[in-house]
Write a protein that binds this ligand. Structure first.
Ligand SMILES: [Cu+2]
Length: 166
């Protein structure tokens, strides 16, 4: 589902310190992957597989339908002490995760975070994430402001095979 907001109005709200409120309808059916947008920038298909604790990972695609690049300036999750954008690099035949230096989405491009590749690492989880839990992710973009993404934790089998260790 999408919630369209008037871009100019959102920008003013962010400057004034009032984050836009994104309403996501409560679903009686199985939770759909969360998708939200501000203007031409959207975060689509957000999922978090359940994890026994310690660390977790969030997956989604950031789509920039606008005419200018935008980039992440801050990110947080209510269940984690901190979050980091990670990418996977081949270190002598072993895939290792490394912090991304910049998370930039060029105009007309999409940046995908998916199991086995880029991911948003959830660090310092207060408790295990169980299927059905809701995690609130906040990602702030330089141009579009803060996006709030409510994500329902999915069962491991449905959320990706490399959720715990990667
Ligand atoms: Cu990682």
């Amino acid at each position: 589902m999408r919630i369209s907001l008037v871009a100019a109005g959102v920008s003013m709200a962010v400057l004034a310190g009032a984050a836009p409120v994104l309403h996501v309808a409560a679903a009686a059916s199985p939770p759909a992957a969360a998708s939200v947008n501000i203007g031409a920038l959207s975060i689509e298909g957000a999922t978090i597989p359940e994890t026994p604790g310690g660390m977790g990972a969030a997956y989604f695609t950031i789509v920039n339908g606008g005419r200018e690049s935008d980039w992440v300036t801050a990110a947080s999750a209510d269940v984690a002490q901190s979050v980091e954008f990670h990418t996977m690099v081949d270190e002598g035949g072993t895939m290792q995760m490394r912090p991304m230096q910049d998370v930039v989405i060029p105009p007309g491009a999409a940046l995908t975070f998916a199991p086995g590749g880029n991911h948003l690492m959830l660090i310092g989880l207060a408790k295990p994430l169980r299927a059905g839990d809701t995690v609130t992710l906040k990602i702030t973009f330089d141009r579009h402001g803060e996006m709030t993404v409510p994500i329902v934790v999915t069962p491991r089998a449905a959320g990706g095979e490399h959720s715990g260790h990667h």
